[in-house]
Design a protein around this ligand. Structure first.
Ligand SMILES: Nc1nc2c(ncn2[C@@H]2O[C@H](COP(=O)(O)OP(=O)(O)OP(=O)(O)O)[C@@H](O)[C@H]2O)c(=O)[nH]1
Ligand SMILES: [Mg+2]
Length: 197
């Protein structure tokens, strides 16, 4: 079976833990120190349901109201992980806005997406309820997962769940998400676009 190349973007407000989730998943490490990301690509091979994947994870610079979408990486993304911190209402508002922006760009309200409530080890400082997170993910027809990059809770699950959802979406529509023009492109195993080969 050939390796399948999939490209996934991590988006969300500054400091919610996007880099920490990717680092925990790819390198098995957690860093207490905060170092804001400019943009970074992680690569990881993994097996899901007997299929081998080469994952390219685009770890974006945190978005805010003024910089919801960096233009340059938004092509050929197969699925999205939208991350907020359950200790920050503001970060929850930002993921809603990012999703709306993606709907406009993709030209569809439905695309493979996982809504991640990170920092589940800090539930004593929780500002966003589990119900609110669940409701939002349902609205998007996505999946809600609570994680802790620190304790490792569910960190691998967000990536494997998203991959399954990407595969279902490709099976159903024969297309994958494509941006900019709002058009979609026939699915094929396009290895040339993968920086991780
Ligand atoms: N307690 C706790 N702290 C976390 C968790 N995830 C990340 N952090 C901390 O939160 C801070 C920000 O984490 P990052 O992973 O850099 O956040 P980011 O979303 O990549 O931030 P930007 O790159 O600026 O967008 C760091 O100090 C991390 O150690 C978590 O699950 N629990
Ligand atoms: Mg980061």
């Amino acid at each position: 079976m050939p390796v399948k190349h999939r490209k996934i973007a991590l988006m969300g407000f500054r400091g919610v833990g996007k880099t920490s989730l990717a680092t925990q998943f790819v390198e098995g490490q957690f860093n207490e120190q905060y170092s804001p990301t400019i943009e970074h690509t992680f690569c990881k091979t993994l097996k899901v349901s007997d299929e081998e994947y080469q994952l390219q994870l685009i770890d974006t610079a945190g978005q805010d109201e003024l910089s919801i979408v960096p233009q340059n990486y938004s092509m050929n993304i197969d699925g999205y992980i939208l991350v907020y911190s359950l200790t920050s209402t503001k970060s929850f508002e930002i993921v809603e806005r990012i999703h709306s922006m993606l709907e406009d760009k993709i030209g569809s309200a439905i695309f493979p997406v996982i809504l991640v409530a990170n920092k589940s080890d800090l539930t004593r400082s929780r500002q966003v309820s589990e119900e609110a997170g669940q409701r939002l993910a349902e609205k998007w027809k996505g999946t809600y997962i609570e994680t802790s990059a620190k304790s490792k809770e569910n960190t691998a699950r967000i990536f494997t769940t998203l991959l399954s959802s990407v595969e279902k979406s490709r099976d159903r529509t024969g297309v994958r998400v494509r941006h900019s023009s709002g058009k979609v492109k026939k699915a094929k195993e396009d290895t040339s676009r993968c920086l991780c080969s």
